[in-house]
Design a protein around this ligand. Structure first.
Ligand code: ZN
Length: 367
């Protein structure tokens, strides 16, 4: 089969021919990939940055990239019982340990001994991928592959927006950032009934997508001071600040904005990852006396976000089309990564197709 594989500890990856996985382990399945999308994690691995060197290291190579996908189950290892050959599936990419306490408590997304598809195992930028059935999610048959593939990042957005209380209707929300997950979060917040969605961002191309996803107010962080941004948020929320803040960048300046713009007693979804630790927070005034709840968003709520997003997509109540900016053949992965790592990005989510017929069908749906 063909696969995009990281072969050397340096920038890039190669399109290679490798054997299709055989001798599936108990509980594992083989899936023929119909569509696969590129995530920020793949870009880290592509660049072979500090994070990937530390997390994976040279001993992991060669390894197939990718973790977001959908496809058809073509083979089952021993002891599979929920999934059948022919099922149309996507996968929760956090391969959790069923014996871990977190699994028993139903908080799979923060599990110990967790393996990540395409980071700790061979990924899905290939014709076929082997994956345990416990993380497979059955898709609605009518869902186009280019949407089924992006449910994993959409799940991050869903969890950040909805939190644990799922209390969004009528509330005001600040979303920081203009990457695909921030843009998906705008769509989720809109669909969930947020009364006003404010976005802090900067890239013109992405801000345009934010408008298509239904944002109400956009503030360009490169053209405003922190005081100006704060005032604009206050002016737009009756002077209270936002009920919910989804912080999706992690940079100190963004954290400062976010803690300042959340109202007293508000909910703070902490999703952005700072490139430097520790971050500074005024613990006394911004957390204790403000009475806010801070919720770390690690991954998605398994399988709650899958269930909700699957229903929303299948019933056409959430349209991710503006964020899915490019459809390409898997062979064009090099071009895709060049676009994603360009200094001024002219793309958001890129979905690739190992099979040209699938690509052509997806292109026809766009017309
Ligand atoms: Zn991802």
């Amino acid at each position: 089969m063909k696969a995009v594989q990281k072969t050397e500890p340096k920038i890039g990856a190669k399109l290679v021919e490798v054997p299709t996985p055989t001798n599936l382990k108990p509980g594992w399945t083989l899936v023929k990939v119909r569509a696969t999308s590129i995530c920020g994690t793949d870009i880290h691995i592509w660049n072979w940055d500090q994070w990937s060197q530390g997390r994976m290291g040279e001993k992991a190579l060669p390894q197939i990239l990718g973790h977001e996908f959908c496809g058809e189950v073509v083979e089952l290892g021993p002891n599979c019982n929920r999934i059948k050959v022919g099922d149309y599936v996507s996968a929760e990419t956090h391969i959790y340990d069923p014996g871990d306490l977190t699994s028993m408590l139903g908080i799979f997304h923060v599990g110990n001994n967790m393996k990540i598809l395409g980071v700790d195992t061979d990924g899905c930028f290939a014709d076929y991928v082997a994956i345990p059935e416990i993380v497979l999610w059955k898709n609605d048959k009518t869902m186009p592959p280019e949407y089924a593939s992006i449910q994993e990042p959409l799940g991050n957005a869903c969890y950040a927006v909805m939190g644990e209380d799922n209390d969004v209707y009528g509330k005001t929300m600040l979303i920081t950032g203009d990457g695909p997950i921030s843009l998906f979060a705008i769509g989720v917040a809109k669909a969930a009934g947020a009364s006003k969605i404010i976005q802090f961002g900067m890239a013109q191309y992405s801000m345009e997508i934010g408008r298509k996803m239904g944002v109400d107010i956009q503030i360009d962080v490169t053209k405003t001071t922190p005081d100006e941004r704060y005032k604009m948020v206050m002016d737009n929320t009756g002077g209270w600040g936002c009920d919910i803040v989804c912080e999706m960048i992690g940079a100190q300046s963004s954290l400062d904005d976010a803690f300042r713009c959340i109202r007293k007693g508000g909910r703070f979804s902490a999703f952005g990852i700072p490139s430097k630790s520790p971050s500074q927070i005024d613990y006394t005034d911004q957390i204790v006396f403000k009475g806010i709840q801070i919720h770390g968003i690690s991954g998605r709520k398994i399988f709650d976000t899958w269930y909700r997003n699957g229903n929303m997509l299948a019933n056409r109540k959430l349209d991710p089309t503006p964020v899915v900016t490019h459809l390409m053949a898997l062979e064009d992965y090099q071009k895709a990564f060049e676009m994603l790592t360009a200094p001024t990005r002219q793309c958001a989510k890129i979905v690739m197709f190992p099979d040209k017929q699938e690509l052509n069908a997806a292109m026809a749906r766009r017309k």
